[in-house]
Design a protein around this ligand. Structure first.
Ligand SMILES: *Cc1c(COP(=O)(O)O)cnc(C)c1O
Length: 378
């Protein structure tokens, strides 16, 4: 089976992990700091806080921005459940914005319309750079200033992408950006994530909340006792730390980020060329996309048949995403079908094809052949 996504691990990655395993500290050592510095260098952000997943980073981001039971958070309907769950974990209300069918990203026009007619303005909006194609952050940032909400970019798909030549993660028009290092994403730490920001206070809060809200910094402590062993818990936090084993893998992976992304773009261009010829619709990747996903669109009534036929032929396709508010958990909160028609229409037609650096031209040609055959057979 050719999977839709796969990690790329080489001997250097393995050596980097082994080196940490043979060292004194396998967590809370130097590798985590190196990894965070590397993320700052790559994106131009001032602060990076690594975590054990993007889900944790999204939760930390919400907590650091003060999202709580009185808050309202909006996100895209076309995303993984984690983009909305982070707000629910803080007790906040959530709502969903429809997408621009050309990109699969949150529609700025829909956001603008929803803001103009809302009787409650969100505290935070979480745009998602779907498939690695950056949202129009400048426009979203302008609305954020106008209406006074904060912005967390869910950039789980978009490590290595750029918008108008500014790397995603620079947080030029947002408060925080979050990356995922799950194996199917652009670079991996096994499980892992990070949040990036340019605000020292947000970074400090995130670091504290990543480690139980506990500090050993004397200047922050209230003096519950004296002694060099004393730590104080100042806020309610979690243990969301990345290990040094994972961070060493991440550092080693980031050295090949350019190679990973350019190979993904190459694969997208080959798909585009073949499907243009075959008259198969697809979600076009912009030149600065990180191409986390390559999505074709087929007639909704045949999507299931085509999907099953591809799997039968050994093409490990997938679907991104079921509108989040269709999930039983969100239905139980009162969301109903029909709220975001573009997202629903898009979902009904979408199939994600294999795209990852190690996919060979031969394998891709096989995928193209199978897709063309399956689409032609209905
Ligand atoms: C993968 C993903 C997440 C969650 O990432 P983890 O690192 O697995 O927690 C969140 N949002 C989006 C859009 C994702 O694709």
């Amino acid at each position: 089976m050719i999977p839709y996504g796969h990690q790329d691990i080489n001997d250097e990655d393995i050596d980097a992990v082994v080196e940490v395993l043979r060292s004194d500290r396998i967590t809370q050592g130097q590798a985590v700091e190196n990894f965070e510095n590397c993320l700052c260098e790559l994106t131009g952000a001032q602060f990076a806080v690594s975590t054990n997943s993007a889900t944790s980073a999204l939760h930390l981001a919400c907590m650091a921005l003060g999202v709580d039971a009185g808050s309202l958070v909006w996100t895209s309907a076309n995303t993984y459940v984690a983009s909305a769950n982070c707000a629910r974990l803080c007790g906040a209300d959530v709502d969903f914005i429809d997408i621009d069918p050309k990109t699969g990203n949150l529609s700025v026009a829909a956001l603008e319309q929803k803001l103009a007619s809302a009787n409650r303005i969100p505290d935070v909006v979480i745009p998602v750079h779907f498939a690695g194609q950056p949202c129009d952050m400048k426009a979203i940032g302008t609305l954020a200033q106008q209406y006074g909400f904060r912005v967390i970019e869910d950039a789980s798909h978009a490590l290595g992408a750029a918008h108008e030549s500014v790397p995603v993660g620079a947080c030029q028009y947002s408060d925080i950006a979050v990356f995922s290092f799950h194996p199917v994403k652009i670079a991996t730490t096994g499980e892992g994530g990070a949040l990036l920001c340019n605000d020292a206070e947000l970074a400090r809060k995130s670091v504290s909340l990543r480690s139980h809200g506990v500090t050993r910094d004397a200047s922050l402590m209230t003096g519950i006792d004296s002694g060099s062993w004393v730590y104080e818990q100042l806020a309610l936090g979690c243990n969301y730390r990345l290990t040094d084993i994972q961070a060493a893998l991440g550092c080693s992976q980031l050295k090949r980020l350019d190679v990973f992304v350019s190979r993904r773009r190459e694969i997208a261009a080959r798909y585009a060329q073949a499907f243009d010829r075959a008259g198969i619709r697809y979600l076009a990747a912009g030149v600065q996309s990180s191409v986390h996903l390559f999505v074709i669109r087929v007639d909704a009534e045949y999507r299931k048949v085509i999907f099953d036929q591809l799997v039968e032929q050994g093409v490990g396709v997938n679907v991104h995403y079921i509108p989040v508010y269709w999930q039983p958990y969100y239905r139980q909160l009162g969301f109903v079908r029909g709220q975001c028609p573009e997202s629903e229409h898009y979902y009904a037609e979408a199939i994600s094809l294999p795209v990852y650096p190690a996919l060979t031209d031969q394998q891709q040609d096989f995928v193209i052949e199978q897709v063309t055959r399956a689409v032609g057979s209905v």
